[in-house]
Design a protein around this ligand. Structure first.
Ligand code: SF4
Length: 378
């Protein structure tokens, strides 16, 4: 976005933010480790990202000047775990990491249905500029974008812990932590490349979900440069006036135009787009909301957008104006959606007791720092 500046700069690149191919280009451009081969680059990246080594001393079959120069010029980034909260009601774990500039970010370990398989909910920014009214992170404003390596390192940290505790493996990643990932699209696309690369974290790209509030340029970038990942759009309501009051981004990108961009992505990706709805009592659960949504996705038309609707009940946080709907209100909404032919999935959002549920991640008060908020175009 060109009309605002994050309060702090994104830190320099570290090795965990590179694919082998990206490292070759970087070395050539910066003029070090001249002549590095793709095979050497693969070994260097696997050494730093998979095995987590800080130096190149014990990499086999990489020429000495190459490994010395790469590690001297780029290095391996680290951040510090300052809090770790395991839920007492479900097997979720929330981590709070302190970055090199003192910023705090949150990451959540999510158990999947099959035992021994986990997903990691990652942050992509410190804070967020979009200011959605139902989201704790939105109250912080944007402090800064994360570098690609800082996004990758959250997953690597959790994967290493699972390995050491012999609990299982990371099989998926979801960009639903702090920040709007497509507002930081360049670093996010670099991180996606490393996460899914066999020399990086080797996670199947189809198991990585990028969730956006509706940044159209980012969706189109993703369609071109990372079409294998899954796209999820936080719709919240298809009633424009209500959406504008809840999500300021609607003033810039109309949800109808967002779904047009989602259609471009869906054509490149071939799978259904996920639409997510955080249900709030008396706000977005009316029969009118159900009908507006059905109209938006063109249910029953000749060419409906292939979507799956993921319903999650709003997770409240201190200072939130909203509550979750009661069972009757929820069921009435679902019944109307089903009557209209909208495919619905009810999603469990765990970790509520540790503030790890969707929309609850916030580090305000511990490290707010200066921040900026996106000003939608009038
Ligand atoms: S819901 Fe997402 S986009 Fe909206 S303020 Fe929260 S983190 Fe930002």
């Amino acid at each position: 976005m060109s009309d605002f500046v994050a309060a702090r700069a994104t830190p320099p690149a570290m090795l965990q933010g590179f694919t082998p191919e990206g490292l070759l280009v970087h070395c050539e451009r910066e003029g070090f480790a001249v002549g590095i081969t793709i095979d050497e680059a693969r070994k260097v990246i696997a050494h730093a990202t998979q095995r987590g080594h800080d130096t190149g001393r014990d990499i086999a079959n990489v020429r000495r000047h190459v490994r010395d120069e790469v590690f001297a010029n780029i290095g391996v980034g680290r951040f510090e775990l300052v809090e770790r909260h395991a839920s007492s009601v479900d097997p979720f774990v929330k981590y709070v990491f302190r970055l090199a500039d003192g910023s705090l970010i949150e990451t959540v370990r999510i158990p999947l249905h099959k035992e021994g398989r986990f997903s990691v909910c990652v942050s992509s920014q410190v804070g967020c500029a979009l200011g959605c009214r139902f989201c704790a992170t939105g109250t912080m404003g944007l402090v800064r974008h994360l570098a690609a390596w800082e996004i990758v390192e959250q997953v690597r940290y959790v994967a290493r812990e699972l390995r050491e505790e012999k609990l299982g493996r990371v099989r998926g990643v979801v960009f639903q932590g702090m920040g709007e990932p497509l507002h930081n699209v360049e670093q996010v696309i670099d991180a996606l490349g490393v996460m899914s690369h066999p020399c990086g974290l080797a996670i199947d790209a189809r198991q990585i979900t990028v969730c956006t509030a509706g940044m159209i340029p980012g969706i189109l970038q993703l369609a071109q440069r990372a079409p294998r990942v899954r796209l999820a759009i936080s719709v919240t309501t298809a009633r424009r006036d209500v959406r504008r009051s809840l999500m300021p981004i609607e003033k810039r990108y109309d949800i109808g135009a967002v779904l047009d961009a989602a259609r471009v992505f869906q054509k490149a990706n071939g799978r259904m787009v996920m639409l997510s709805f955080a249900l709030m009592r008396g706000v977005n659960t009316s029969l009118e909301d159900a009908r507006a949504l059905s109209e938006l996705i063109g249910t029953g038309s000749e060419d409906p957008l292939p979507v799956r609707l993921s319903l999650v009940e709003h997770n409240t946080f201190e200072g939130s104006d909203f509550e979750r709907p009661d069972a009757e209100e929820y069921q009435r909404f679902v019944d109307e959606l089903m009557r209209l032919g909208v495919p619905v999935v009810r999603r469990y959002s765990g970790g509520g007791d540790i503030g790890a549920a969707c929309g609850q991640l916030v580090t305000e008060g511990r490290d707010r720092g200066a921040s900026a908020t996106l000003q939608p175009e009038s």
